[in-house]
Write a protein that binds this ligand. Structure first.
Ligand SMILES: Nc1nc2c(c(=O)[nH]1)N[C@@H](CN(C=O)c1ccc(C(=O)N[C@@H](CCC(=O)O)C(=O)O)cc1)CN2
Length: 282
């Protein structure tokens, strides 16, 4: 058996085509959505992702504002950049690229953002809205995962889901999203303290691997026919290594490629948050 490919690149292209039309309609009404990015330091992965976000903006007609600060930037300097984006009428939504250098207080910076301009859905107020199951911009990777599963008809309602990794950008937020009444999945959030990872993964109809540990999910851990989504990005000898071993494709029913799976969906859903914020504000 070979798994059906959950093609994030193709699905993201459909989302971007729809956004291009919506951006054109906004511009006809005199509104140009604009995405700001705050990048601190020279982490090579973050440089690639931020450059990609600006390319995506140009593709769909969103304006973009790039703020790059050195790794030595102080908390006050990053706060000043955030204050400027909060006040800028050209910036309708923005993100602070994560991870930040360790000397910065990431939580204080996220809290300083205007929640109405939070294009990542990671402001505590917006995450709080997700906890309360009320309308809010959704974190991009979790939202992308849900849409990718829906695109390929993978049942979510009633599914047992093993999410591996409890980070705020993926695992923890995805647990909140999948347990909303509209999704109604049962989620086990696994992490480095989980006693029997293989046992939890083996029971799952859907496995989301977001631990950043190459080949953590092996073929023998996966229930035949399960949907497996690989969010892990480690760089081994300059190449991307995911959290899912290649031969999982022989047992899984559905599998994301990596690259080309969850990453492009993350980027498309960021654009979607920017457009939705501009539509809400009109
Ligand atoms: N503020 C945020 N920071 C981070 C987020 C986030 O959602 N908001 N997520 C990740 C990184 N990330 C977005 O910022 C991201 C990761 C990967 C991709 C992507 O398209 N990957 C490609 C491969 C690209 C490559 O060559 O490395 C793929 O999977 O096909 C996009 C965005 C952490 N930080």
């Amino acid at each position: 058996m070979s798994a059906v490919k959950l093609d994030g690149k193709a699905t993201a292209a459909k989302i971007k085509a729809d956004l291009t039309t919506r951006v054109a309609a906004l511009k006809e009404r005199g509104i140009t959505p604009g995405l700001g990015t705050v990048l601190v330091g020279d982490d090579p992965g973050s440089q690639i992702y931020v450059a990609g976000k600006h390319r995506d903006c140009a593709e769909v007609g969103i304006a973009s504002i790039r703020v790059d600060l050195p790794a030595s930037a102080t908390q006050a300097e990053v706060e000043a950049a955030i204050d400027e984006l909060n006040a800028s009428p050209e910036c309708t939504g923005y993100i602070v690229q994560l991870p930040l250098p360790r000397h910065l207080d990431a939580m204080a910076l996220l809290e300083r953002m205007d929640p109405a301009k939070d294009a990542d859905g990671l402001h505590p107020i917006n995450l709080g809205r997700l906890v309360h199951m009320v309308d809010a911009p959704l974190p991009c990777t979790p939202h992308g995962i849900v849409l990718l599963l829906q695109e390929y008809g993978v049942p979510i309602k009633g599914a047992e889901v093993a999410v591996v990794g409890r980070g705020i950008t993926v695992g923890r937020s995805l647990g909140l999203l999948l347990t909303r009444r509209s999704e109604n999945a049962t989620v086990t959030l696994c992490h480095t303290g989980t006693q029997d990872l293989a046992g939890h993964v083996r029971r799952a109809d859907i496995v989301v691997a977001a631990a950043g540990v190459p080949d953590l999910i092996t073929r023998d851990m996966v229930k035949p026919g399960a949907a497996v989504l690989d969010v892990g990005v480690s760089r081994v000898n300059g190449k991307i290594a995911g959290d899912v071993a290649l031969d999982v494709a022989e047992v899984a029913g559905f599998l994301t490629p990596n690259p080309g799976g969850v990453g492009p969906m993350t980027r498309a859903l960021l654009l979607s948050n920017v457009v939705e914020a501009a539509e809400r504000a009109q």
